[in-house]
Design a protein around this ligand. Structure first.
Ligand code: HEC
Length: 198
């Protein structure tokens, strides 16, 4: 095959395929532009002439627990939610691990000390009903407001097991919280708490 004939054969071949530039159809651009300007027009021309009369009109403030009324809060419910995992439903605790609340001197003596325990928690050795415990009791100062703390403390003192001493008022909790507002760590068991009972 001569060079010339090779060239002729090449000339008969198809071109390599390639992609053309395919412009967006103008009709589509027109529709997009139309929708866009209709949207803008709609937003600027919408006036809410009527106050909405259906729907849930409650605001967060409606759900807030009133700080000064402890009476409506269910202390038992709070105990079940926050305390039973450790102190058990009966309040008997778990021997050697979690101290009992039923018959506990810390629950039944000064309400101020009980509130301080709940506010700031305990680490370090503490003696409850003659037995020593050395665990960690979490603090509840950020979890409970004054009314909730009063409700739990009242539940512990008046309803749990056969505990039956006077209830704890919201004002007492408030005063105790203010007294130790700067405290950021746990009470150190007997060492901190026993002197407070005197
Ligand atoms: C994570 C487990 C845990 C949770 C939850 C817990 N406690 Fe405690 N609590 C302890 C431990 C452990 C001690 C003993 C602390 C120590 O040994 O230093 C204790 C001690 C106490 C004491 C003083 C000792 C006694 O037995 O009287 C009181 C009162 C008390 N807790 C009440 C509560 C209440 C009320 C709640 C719920 C609001 C609660 N605790 C939640 C573990 C817990």
């Amino acid at each position: 095959m001569t060079d010339n004939r090779k060239y002729e054969a090449q000339k008969r071949e198809y071109e390599d395929p390639h992609e053309d530039v395919a412009p967006v159809p103008w009709i589509l651009l027109l529709i997009i532009a139309g929708l866009f300007s209709w949207g803008a027009f709609y937003i600027f021309n919408t006036h809410f002439r009527y106050a909405a009369t259906v729907g849930d009109h409650r605001v967060p403030a409606d759900f807030a627990v009133p700080e000064t009324e402890g009476g409506d809060i269910d202390g038992h419910q709070l105990y079940v939610a926050q305390c039973v995992a450790c102190h058990q439903a009966t309040g008997a605790g778990i021997p050697g691990v979690f101290p009992p609340l039923v018959g506990s001197e810390w629950v039944l003596r000064k309400p101020e000390v009980l509130v301080q325990i709940l506010l700031h928690g305990i680490s370090g050795e503490i003696t409850v009903k003659g037995n020593k415990y050395n665990g960690v009791m979490p603090e509840f100062r950020d979890k409970f407001n004054d009314a909730e703390l009063a409700a739990v403390a009242t539940y512990l003192r008046t309803e749990l097991g056969d505990n039956s001493v006077d209830p704890v008022s919201v004002d007492l909790v408030k005063a105790e919280r203010e007294k130790t507002a700067d405290k950021t760590d746990h009470w150190n068991g007997d060492a901190d708490l026993a002197p407070m009972e005197e």
